[in-house]
Design a protein around this ligand. Structure first.
Ligand SMILES: [Zn+2]
Length: 220
């Protein structure tokens, strides 16, 4: 099977997406790029994650043409491809409809440096891309532009997308940013803005995680 390992990862992490509460139903999607061929294994459109096996994962080339697999790729395949084109050092993407990140995206606010965990994104704040219709090249373009090199970006009135050097890193970032968004929303619900970490504190957190282009250290 072409890209068997990558397809297994997409199927496995799809189930983790649901188990972790990062999405519900068939929402969200995920992909892994094979650096050797440039081909991308993406989750299929409209299938329950529990039903997706490796053979249901679609393989696309860099132009979005189907190379292997009988399923229609996720409606957001163009967004995944746009991020890979912009970030040659990133080989996995996880798009979630997780509640706290989506709530913050509905407020069209960035996720600021309210925790050192934000440093896992590579930046001091996770930006929010403007609203564009789902499944369109316009959304792909707006998300990549807003991310501007950050490994996470909120999508206005929609959700979150995270990149990683590999699937474990992309998934970990999605989990941690959802946690941060939840804490941030609780601060806002308390009627206050949290005290933010300084640029120097965030620099130190990035150094501790070793996130310049690499996966982070173990979380504590
Ligand atoms: Zn979505």
């Amino acid at each position: 099977m072409l890209l068997e390992q990558e397809r297994i990862l997409v199927a496995e992490y799809g189930r983790r997406l649901v188990r972790s509460g990062l999405t519900t139903g068939t929402g969200g999607n995920l992909s892994v790029r094979d650096p050797a061929t440039g081909y991308i294994a993406v989750s299929p459109s409209g299938m329950d994650y529990g039903d997706i096996g490796p053979a249901d994962v679609t393989v696309l080339d860099e132009s979005g043409a189907v190379v292997d697999g009988g399923r229609r790729p996720t409606t957001e395949w163009a967004m995944h491809l746009a991020f890979y084109a912009a970030r040659p050092d990133r080989h996995a993407a996880v798009h979630t409809h997780s509640p706290a990140a989506t709530a913050l995206a509905c407020l069209r606010r960035e996720l600021p440096a309210m925790s050192y965990l934000i440093a896992l994104s590579g930046r001091d704040a996770v930006p929010c891309a403007p609203y564009r219709d789902f499944g369109t090249p316009a959304l792909a373009e707006a998300a990549v532009k807003a991310a501007d090199g950050c490994d996470g970006v909120l999508l206005a009135n929609h959700g979150l997308i995270c990149l990683g050097a590999d699937m474990a890193a992309a998934f970990q970032l999605a989990e941690q940013l959802e946690f941060c968004a939840d804490v941030y929303m609780r601060c806002l619900a308390a009627g206050q803005e949290p005290v933010l970490l300084t640029a120097q504190e965030m620099d130190r957190a990035r150094a501790q995680f070793g996130v310049y282009g690499q996966r982070g250290a173990a979380l504590t």
